[in-house]
Design a protein around this ligand. Structure first.
Ligand SMILES: *Cc1c(COP(=O)(O)O)cnc(C)c1O
Ligand SMILES: [Zn+2]
Length: 414
C-alpha cells in the first residue's frame, strides 16, 4: 500500500481507514503517498497506454486492489473553445467538460468512483451522502452498480431533474427540511452513529482524491503541460484545491514541468463565502445563507473553504461572483458559442471568467481552462421563459412557405 492518511493541519499520521478528523486537533485528514515510489512506477507512455477513464492515474489514487466502479468515468473532453474565446476577447481558451462525465453527467462521478471503491474495500454495505443533487445522482448510480444499499440525503427544495436522477436507481432518498448545510450537519451525526460509508463525510479523504483526476486530465490533454489559468466553481471546496494538488503531484513525480497555473474561484453572488473571504482578506470563509439558482454549488459553510483560500492565494489566483442573471447569460453564451449545455454551476464559471478577464485578473494573451462541471439537461427549468419559443405550425407546405415569405424579403425581380 503506497498511501496513508495525514492531518492537514498538524501533520499527525493515521492508517487509511474511514477516519475523517484528526483526534489531536480536529483538522481534516488527507491522503498522502510515497511519491518517489510513484515516480519509479509511472511514465507518460504508461498512462497514455491505459483505457480512457480516471483509473489511468491509479498510482495517485487511494485504493488497495482493483477499481470496482468508474470504469467509464473521467477522461472527459477538453474542448478548444474558439468561438467563446472570440466573444471573451482571449487567445487560447478550453472547456474541461464534465457535463458529459459517465454515468451521471457531472464531476461527481470522479469522486464517487474512488469513494465507492474504497467503501467496498473498507467493508461498508451502505453507501450514503449529503448532497446538493449531483452527488446524490452519482452515489445512487455507483451504489446500484456495486449492489450496495444506498441512502442519499438532500435539501427538500432540489430541482426535479436532480431528484429524478437519483430516484431512478431506487436508493432511499431523504429530503431534509432545510438547506445543504442543515443536511450535512445531520449526516455528520448519522455517520458518527451508524456504520455507513458517507462519500463526502467519513470517506471524504478518498472522495477528494478522485477530484485530482480532473487536474491530471487537463495537463495530459494539453500535451503534458499546464495552462496559465484555471477557473473552478466552489461549493464545499473539494474540487479547486484538488486540481492544484493534482498539478503539484505531476510536478513532484516529473510528469509535467513548468509553472503552476493561477487557480481562480467562481461562485454565485447568492452563495459566495469563499469569494467574499478573498475580497475581505479573511483566512476562513464566514458562513452565508445560500440563495441562488446554482443549487449544486449552494454551500454556505464549505468544508474545505480554508484550503480553497490557500490554493487561490498561493497561485496568484482571484475570485469572482456573478448574479443570477449572469448565471443564465453564462449558460446561454456557452451553448450559443460552443454547443455545450451546462447547468447553473457552469454558467457561474463562464460568467466569472468573463469578469476576471474584464477586471484584468486574467491576461487575454494567456491560456485559460474553464471548468464546466454539470449538465444543463438536469436543470432545464432555470431557462423557463428565456429560451427561443417553438414556432407553431400546421402540417402543410403552404403554411411553411407563408412563414418563410413573411420572414425573408422577396428577392428583387421575383
Ligand atoms: C459538487 C459540484 C461542484 C463543486 O463542488 P466542490 O464541493 O467545491 O468540489 C461544482 N459543480 C457542480 C455541478 C457540482 O455538482
Ligand atoms: Zn491534527
Amino acid at each position: 500500500m503506497n498511501f496513508s492518511l495525514r492531518c492537514h493541519l498538524c501533520g499527525t499520521g493515521f492508517p487509511p481507514t474511514a477516519a475523517w478528523v484528526c483526534d489531536q486537533c480536529l483538522g481534516p485528514l488527507e491522503v498522502t503517498y510515497d511519491y518517489p515510489a510513484i515516480a519509479r512506477l509511472v511514465s507518460r507512455e504508461l498512462i497514455e497506454s491505459r483505457p480512457k477513464n480516471l483509473w489511468r492515474y491509479r498510482e495517485f489514487l487511494p485504493i488497495d486492489g482493483e477499481p470496482r466502479t468508474g470504469l467509464h468515468s473521467g477522461f472527459t473532453p477538453l474542448v478548444r473553445a474558439t468561438r467563446l474565446a472570440e466573444r471573451l476577447g482571449v487567445r487560447e481558451l478550453y472547456i474541461k467538460d464534465d457535463s458529459v462525465n459517465h454515468p451521471t453527467c457531472s464531476y461527481k462521478d470522479r469522486v464517487v468512483s474512488v469513494a465507492a471503491t474504497r467503501a467496498v474495500e473498507l467493508g461498508f454495505s451502505v453507501l450514503a451522502c449529503a448532497s446538493t443533487g449531483n452527488l446524490a445522482n452519482s452515489v445512487a448510480a455507483h451504489a446500484a452498480r456495486l449492489g450496495l444499499s444506498c441512502s442519499v440525503f438532500i435539501p427538500d427544495d432540489l430541482e426535479p431533474g436532480k431528484v429524478a436522477g437519483a430516484a431512478v436507481y431506487r436508493p432511499r432518498i431523504l429530503a431534509i427540511r432545510g438547506n445543504y448545510d442543515d443536511v450535512n450537519r445531520l449526516c455528520t451525526q448519522v455517520a458518527d452513529r451508524y456504520n455507513w460509508g458517507f462519500a463526502n463525510i467519513n470517506l471524504r479523504a478518498y472522495y477528494a482524491e478522485g477530484a485530482k483526476t480532473y487536474g491530471f486530465e487537463i495537463a495530459e490533454q494539453l500535451g503534458w503541460r499546464f495552462p496559465r489559468h484555471v477557473v473552478s466553481p466552489v461549493a464545499g471546496g473539494t474540487l479547486l484545491p484538488r486540481i492544484l494538488k493534482g498539478f503539484n503531484e505531476l510536478r513532484e513525480v516529473g510528469l509535467v514541468n513548468g509553472e503552476l497555473p493561477s487557480i481562480h474561484a467562481a461562485q454565485s453572488a447568492g452563495c459566495a463565502p469563499v469569494v467574499r473571504a478573498l475580497d475581505e482578506g479573511l483566512e476562513f470563509p464566514e458562513l452565508v445563507k445560500p440563495d441562488t439558482i446554482a443549487k449544486s454549488i449552494a454551500i454556505g459553510n464549505p468544508a474545505d473553504g480554508f484550503q480553497v483560500l490557500r490554493s487561490v492565494r498561493s497561485t496568484g489566483g482571484s475570485g469572482a461572483m456573478v448574479s443570477e442573471d449572469e448565471i443564465i447569460e453564462g449558460i446561454q453564451l456557452l451553448a450559443e458559442t460552443e454547443g455545450i449545455f451546462t447547468e447553473p454551476a457552469g454558467g457561474v464559471t463562464v460568467s466569472a471568467t468573463r469578469k476576471l478577464i474584464e477586471r484584468g485578473a486574467i491576461n487575454p494573451e494567456e491560456s485559460i481552462v474553464i471548468c464546466v462541471t454539470g449538465n444543463g439537461y438536469k436543470t432545464v427549468e432555470v431557462l423557463n421563459g428565456r429560451g427561443v419559443e417553438p414556432i407553431r405550425l400546421g402540417r402543410s407546405l403552404a403554411e411553411f412557405e407563408a412563414l418563410q415569405t413573411a420572414a425573408t424579403p422577396a428577392p428583387v425581380g421575383g
